[in-house]
Design a protein around this ligand. Structure first.
Ligand SMILES: *[C@@H]1O[C@H](CO)[C@@H](O)[C@H](O)[C@H]1NC(C)=O
Length: 339
């Protein structure tokens, strides 16, 4: 009993020390921006990379390999999430040599001048195509390993929140489908993070009117506090991220998989809650919030990528889809934000 409590307090002290170190701001390494290109009159890749640098944005997500962007990134120090386009995932899943060629062409050719962090095997893949995710990840892992890059660059896949069958309260977090169990186990074995697109905006707008306080979704003071197994949630983002951590722990109680936020954001036009003021509030609060971690991972800075760099007028779907940008195509900011 006594020994246990000594051990517990030593552990608590260690966690405290770890927490203190982890909460020292690690610069802006944890904030990136997604570079979507579905707009006309967008600046050249060289100008885009310059715009990232002049704003102190230190991470970029690219939805598919693009030669000019990768050449512009050479030597920039910007950390990169490189997606495998969804339509290429089946080929990478079925052939180790196709995966090896993909790595040669899109990674090795630019490494180490381009600071690749993760390869995302598809973005929000759904339906029967999900069966290709794990085989493609394994083929890419083998290709990176042969190239001597498996320590530096980690392979994952970018999921949306509905991979969870339940997410509220966070302790209810559970993966919906068996393939996610395989993904989670693979991530644990390689040390790669789970990439998750986490949008309080869609949770808020998808809920019945009045069900969620908009201030809770915007990291603003709110009367909503979710009490969940000793953790208090004062914003929806933390609750969503921790639901993913709970689901990972249900697959493996000792899971050390990190959740990296591969997209998050709030549109500035196109719906009742999509205003410039709300978009600015969400994105600035997000930037300021992520260093502190979540209630289940306090003090552990969250790596997050805002969606997106530009308003993309060629995107289809709801009007708001064309208004997620931080910048206009002429490089002027849609609203001021500090990274
Ligand atoms: C990246 O820059 C370095 C240093 O200038 C250069 O040696 C290398 O060839 C460049 N890589 C590519 C792919 O252009």
């Amino acid at each position: 009993m006594a020994r246990q409590s000594v051990a517990a307090s030593v552990l608590a002290a260690m966690l405290l020390v770890v927490g203190v170190f982890a909460s020292i701001p690690t610069g802006v390494r944890s904030i990136g921006v997604c570079y979507g290109v579905h707009g006309d009159r967008l600046p050249s890749p060289a100008e885009v990379v310059q715009l990232y640098r002049s704003n102190g944005i230190t991470g970029m997500r690219l939805y598919e390999p693009d030669v000019n962007t990768l050449l512009a990134l050479n030597g920039s120090g910007i950390g990169v999430i490189m997606d495998v386009a969804d339509e290429n995932v089946p080929r990478l899943a079925s052939s180790p040599s196709v995966a090896a060629d993909w790595v040669k062409l899109n990674i090795q050719r630019y490494y180490p001048g381009v600071a690749f962090r993760y390869i995302a095997v598809g973005n929000e893949i759904t339906g029967s195509a999900t069966q290709n995710i794990v085989p493609a990840m394994k083929n890419l892992n083998a290709a990176l390993s042969s190239a001597g890059l498996s320590g530096a660059i980690k392979v994952s896949t970018a999921v949306r929140m509905d991979v969870l069958a339940a997410s509220s309260p966070p302790s209810a977090g559970t993966f919906r489908d068996a393939y996610m169990t395989q993904v989670a186990r693979l991530l644990d074995s390689t040390g790669a993070p789970l990439l998750a697109n986490v949008y309080p905006y869609f949770a808020y707008t998808g809920a019945p009117q009045g069900a969620i306080d908009v201030n809770y979704a915007l990291f603003q003071p709110s009367s909503t506090i979710v009490h969940d197994n000793g953790h208090d949630y004062t914003n929806l983002f933390d609750a969503m991220v921790d639901a993913l951590y709970v689901a990972l722990a249900k697959v493996n109680i000792l899971s050390t998989v990190q959740v990296v936020i591969s997209e998050t954001g709030w549109p500035s036009a196109g719906s009742a809650s999509a205003t410039v003021a709300n978009a600015r509030t969400y994105n600035q609060n997000l930037v300021d919030h992520v260093r502190g971690g979540t209630p289940r991972r306090p003090g552990k800075a969250i790596e997050a990528y805002l969606f997106a760099m530009f308003n993309e007028n060629l995107k289809t779907g709801a009007e708001s889809e064309r208004h997620f940008g931080l910048f206009n195509p002429d490089k002027s900011p849609v609203y001021p934000i500090k990274f």
